[in-house]
Design a protein around this ligand. Sequence first.
Ligand SMILES: Cc1cc2nc3c(=O)[nH]c(=O)nc-3n(C[C@H](O)[C@H](O)[C@H](O)COP(=O)(O)O)c2cc1C
Length: 174
Amino acid sequence: MAEFDPKALFSMSYGMYIVSSHLAEKANGQIANAVMQTTAEPATITVCLNRENLTERCVQETGLFAVSVLQEEVPMTFIGTFGFKSGRDIDKFAGVDHVTGGLNIPVVREWCLSAFEAKVTGRLNLGTHTLFAGEIVSAWVFKEGIPLTYANYHLVKRGKSPKTAPTFAFNDMK
Ligand SMILES: Cc1cc2nc3c(=O)[nH]c(=O)nc-3n(C[C@H](O)[C@H](O)[C@H](O)COP(=O)(O)O)c2cc1C
């Protein structure tokens, strides 16, 4: 019974995050839904980043990344800046509320409930993407609220995913 129904992938659940780092002191970050906690001791978080993205390059070079958890009320314009534009063309952090933690990397606070800073402990080349695992060294709660889910982004906000997102095919399945 060999079958491949791509709609099966549409039933998977994700959150929505900003993954950030820097390169030669320039802050950058991108939207990602391919993020999850993978172990508890030590607390580890993984992110899957397209190898064409500037953020992937930042994490490859520094071995450091931050993950900020987006809140449900985040406007589409904010997602547009971090999810559809590249830091190669614009300064995404200009005018964006952020903090700098112990790892000295930029951590987005605007429209975010919480955030983590991590040191890369493993990387796996998946062809189009790199899967980075990182040990969490700092964690902050900025405010209480409802985290944005990938399902809400697609079904309520009516958002799209660019080609660089691992779940790009969702666009065609609605
Ligand atoms: C809803 C959504 C989900 C996304 N998920 C991912 C993801 O998990 N991994 C990824 O590499 N890119 C993902 N992207 C695409 C990046 O955010 C996008 O390519 C970004 O412009 C890269 O910016 P940079 O070149 O400054 O790093 C997603 C975008 C959107 C809008």
